[in-house]
Design a protein around this ligand. Structure first.
Ligand code: G16
Length: 547
């Protein structure tokens, strides 16, 4: 096909290593940064085709490996409304990334054109960005070659957070329509979210400063600019772990994933009772909060706690606004703490559903709800208002000043939320706004329910692809008999729950366990991890026994 004339020539600059294999998974392609050049070049080709398949709508490409170690990198595509790539295209991505030669690559591209009925005369439009990883510039150059090979109109946003890129894509594709989302610039992003935040908190008592651990990633400089744009005593921040220059520091002993997995403060922060802390991950699409009590015990306010805080606030506002039949629902994953699920069902009396890990799965479930709050326990999430909900808000006829105020707040909340994807900065403003409006300390927020002790472990195995799951990833169907062994262990512990799933972003299997006491929980977690290691080809050190 003439359209692919330049592919072979440019592909030769970014050859695929013999035998290397890639899979478009939970968060796009993700592996060691120095093995990804051919893949990122090909993602450039895919982005161009994806745009053409959408009649020239702008597609986004983000080069990031988020919470992974600094040596990793990754790349993912962003669809026109700022959402994750449509799942049916993931197989195209995997096939194209694995084509062994230039000829195979061209044939695979032609097959996508054929299968999707793509008109290749359409002008492709792609915007892209990267995080602060050292491998980023080289991968960006490979991407630019891929985009050039198919003549895409390509615009770089430089180094920004992942959610900012999702936001830009949505803004570009909705400009001039009734669904216009905002200015597709960094300044536009900051103006939109800080404006909504200030509308919500105006007139309330001022909060103490918020301490932010930026994981030594792109969130550091970006949140500094956000606070400068707000220029308000309502958003006073103390930034920690904001070194994006020193090699090796990204996500190292800090960031949302570290804090959530280890249930302890990140390096570089000495927590003081009474203060409020949060951690972003390396590309600022996740956030968790935490604090220490007067005995300096650490308390984590993870995605479940954020989700219940936000769902409660929305539910109460909808009631105060007098809007009928506007249901708030909550989407969780198997990682949600059992106490949070009971709290949502039994105390808040809100509908809740489970989705597989990965925001794309939660996002789709939340879209089915009028107001869908979705958060993974790891702090990745947002809120979606469907069109029926927006219509209800638009046609609401307030009968009192209180109802009018509640409706005004619901609009401001909607503007404060990055509906395209979970966003640490927008979620931070959301939590801050709710805490300010309620006049709550983190401890008061935490008091809603008590988490069951939980533990998350990693087991390295020879082949994680042999692990297959069902039931929202809570039950293993392969390797054979492993689930039976896990069930036998779980049955020994009061309120015990455990599951095992292959990671979509790292070469490991994850083990989650919770139980009534910390000792039981740890014993359960380590016994399940040990069983996985013994029965399913563990590699390296066997998970340390709990002492
Ligand atoms: C990515 C996804 C998240 C998901 C996480 C799970 O996070 O975007 O939705 O929770 O992977 O990772 P795993 O499959 O390894 O457990 P991120 O922040 O790394 O992009």
């Amino acid at each position: 096909m003439a359209h692919f004339a330049k592919v072979a020539e440019l592909s030769a600059r970014h050859p695929k290593a013999d035998g290397a294999s890639f899979e478009y998974g939970t968060a796009g392609f993700r592996t060691l940064g120095d093995t990804l050049e051919s893949t990122v070049f090909r993602v450039g080709l895919l982005a161009a085709l994806r745009s053409q398949s959408k009649q020239g709508k702008t597609i986004g490409v983000m080069i990031t490996a988020s919470h992974n170690p600094e040596c990793d990198n990754g790349v993912k595509l962003v669809d026109p409304m700022g959402e994750m790539l449509q799942q049916s295209w993931e197989a195209h991505c995997t096939r194209i990334a694995n084509a062994a030669s230039a000829d195979e690559l061209v044939a695979a591209l032609a097959a996508v054109v054929e299968a999707e009925g793509i008109d290749v005369s359409v002008q492709a439009r792609v915007v892209y960005a990267r995080d602060t990883r050292p491998s980023g510039p080289l991968l960006q150059a490979a991407l630019e070659d891929g985009l050039a090979a198919l003549g895409a109109e390509a615009t770089s946003y430089g180094v920004v957070t992942t959610p900012q890129l999702h936001y830009f894509v949505r803004c570009l594709n909705t400009a001039g329509t009734p669904a216009a989302y905002g200015e597709p610039t960094e300044a536009g992003y900051r103006a939109k979210y800080t404006g909504a935040f200030l509308r919500l908190v105006d007139g309330r008592p001022l909060p103490a400063p918020l301490h932010i651990d930026a994981a030594n990633g792109v969130g550091g400089p970006e949140v500094r600019k956000l606070a400068a744009a707000a220029a308000s005593p309502y958003l006073r921040i103390e930034l920690h772990n904001d070194d994006t220059q020193t090699p090796g520091r990204l996500n190292k002993d800090c960031g949302a994933d570290y804090v959530k997995s280890n249930q302890r403060a990140p390096a570089g922060l000495d927590l003081e009772p009474g203060a409020r802390y949060c951690s972003f991950d390396g590309d600022a699409d996740r956030i968790v909060y935490y604090y220490v009590d007067e005995h300096r015990s650490f308390h984590l306010l993870d995605g479940d706690k954020i989700s219940t805080l936000v769902a409660t606030y929305l539910r109460d506002l909808v009631a105060a606004a007098g809007i009928e039949d506007l249901q708030v629902g909550v989407v969780q994953t198997a990682y949600a703490n059992g106490s949070s699920t009971s709290y949502i069902k039994d105390t808040l009396r809100l509908p809740t559903v489970f989705a597989k890990t990965g925001v794309k799965h939660l996002h789709h479930e939340a879209e089915k709800m009028p107001i869908g709050v979705y958060f993974e326990a790891n702090g990745h999430g947002t809120v979606l208002f469907n069109s029926a909900a927006v219509d209800k808000l638009r046609h609401a006829a307030p009968q009192s000043p209180a109802q009018e105020d509640a409706i005004r707040r619901l609009w401001a909340l909607r503007d404060l939320i990055n509906e395209s994807v979970g966003d640490a900065m927008s979620d931070m403003l959301l939590v801050e706004a709710i805490l300010i409006c309620k006049g709550w300390t983190p401890a008061q927020w935490d008091a809603a329910y008590t988490d069951l002790p939980s533990r998350l472990l990693k087991v390295v195995v020879h082949d994680r692809t042999q692990f297959k799951t069902t039931n929202a990833e809570q039950t293993l169907t392969a390797p054979p008999r492993l689930q039976d062994a896990i069930d036998t262990l779980v049955a020994k512990f009061p309120r015990g729950r455990a599951f095992v799933r292959p990671s979509g972003t790292e070469d490991a299997v994850r083990v989650y366990a919770e139980a009534a006491t910390r000792a039981d929980c740890d014993q359960l977690a380590y016994s399940v991890a040990g069983t996985v290691f013994d029965k399913a080809g563990g590699r390296g050190d066997r998970p340390a026994e709990f002492i």
